[in-house]
Write a protein that binds this ligand. Structure first.
Ligand SMILES: Cc1cc2nc3c(=O)[nH]c(=O)nc-3n(C[C@H](O)[C@H](O)[C@H](O)COP(=O)(O)O)c2cc1C
Length: 201
């Protein structure tokens, strides 16, 4: 099978990409609008790209009708966001907060999640999440203006919170304690329970 993006539909191309580029980590993003109303949603077009300065990127794509998602509007208007760690104990809540609520309605309330203030940015953090990246937007790169077009939100991490319960005695995060989840194609997710170690050559 070959899929040529010049010929295939956008949805076919999208399915091939998310089925093949997997597993993807999940940024569970809190943002606020200009009136301070909180929004929470998961984004698996996400990763970290460097540490000096620490930079993460996630992509709220354009909606199928070409409109902007609330998170994209918020980070464009306010310039700050928080990435809450997506972990197995919160899988149901993470999925629930992907529901497209009207602008200004808080998905954290829908999922029964307590929020706590951040330190350096205005969007709050999900209390039950064991780690948080407080971020300021450096740049947003939009790639196209049609359905499912990417918007690369490049964020500089200005503060990292890590719950001591997911740290090992040396102060590094223990992946067996953190228990991240990730997104695969279709409606599949994976846990990080089948781990193996290899020393770098
Ligand atoms: C696990 C998971 C990962 C997702 N990843 C993305 C993504 O990378 N980009 C995107 O635009 N939508 C993604 N979605 C869908 C958004 O979460 C959904 O459109 C949400 O309603 C956006 O919220 P907002 O309009 O409040 O910003 C994902 C959904 C789930 C459940």
């Amino acid at each position: 099978m070959e899929i040529d993006p010049c010929v295939a539909t956008v949805v076919q191309v999208y399915h091939a990409l998310v089925d093949l580029v997997a597993p993807r980590p999940i940024a569970w993003v809190t943002s606020i609008d200009q009136e301070g109303r909180v929004n929470l949603a998961p984004f698996s077009f996400f990763n970290a790209f460097g540490a000096n300065p620490p930079v993460v990127v996630f992509s709220p794509t354009l909606r199928r009708d070409g409109g902007r998602k609330d998170t994209l509007k918020n980070v464009q208007d306010v310039g700050e966001f928080v990435v809450n760690a997506a972990v197995a104990a919160l899988a149901e809540e993470i999925n629930l907060t992907s529901k497209e609520l009207p602008a200004g309605e808080n998905e954290a309330v829908l999922a029964g999640l307590e929020l706590v203030p951040s330190v350096k940015v205005r969007p709050p953090r999900v209390a039950r999440s064991p780690a948080h990246l407080e971020c300021r937007v450096r740049q947003i790169i939009s790639c196209g203006d049609g359905p499912i077009a990417a918007n690369l939100v490049i964020g500089e991490v200005v503060l990292i919170h890590i719950d001591d319960r997911v740290l090992d005695p040396t102060g590094r995060v223990d992946p067996r304690a953190l228990q991240s989840i990730a997104r695969l194609g279709r409606d599949f997710f994976c846990r990080t329970t089948d781990l193996f170690e290899m020393e770098r050559p």
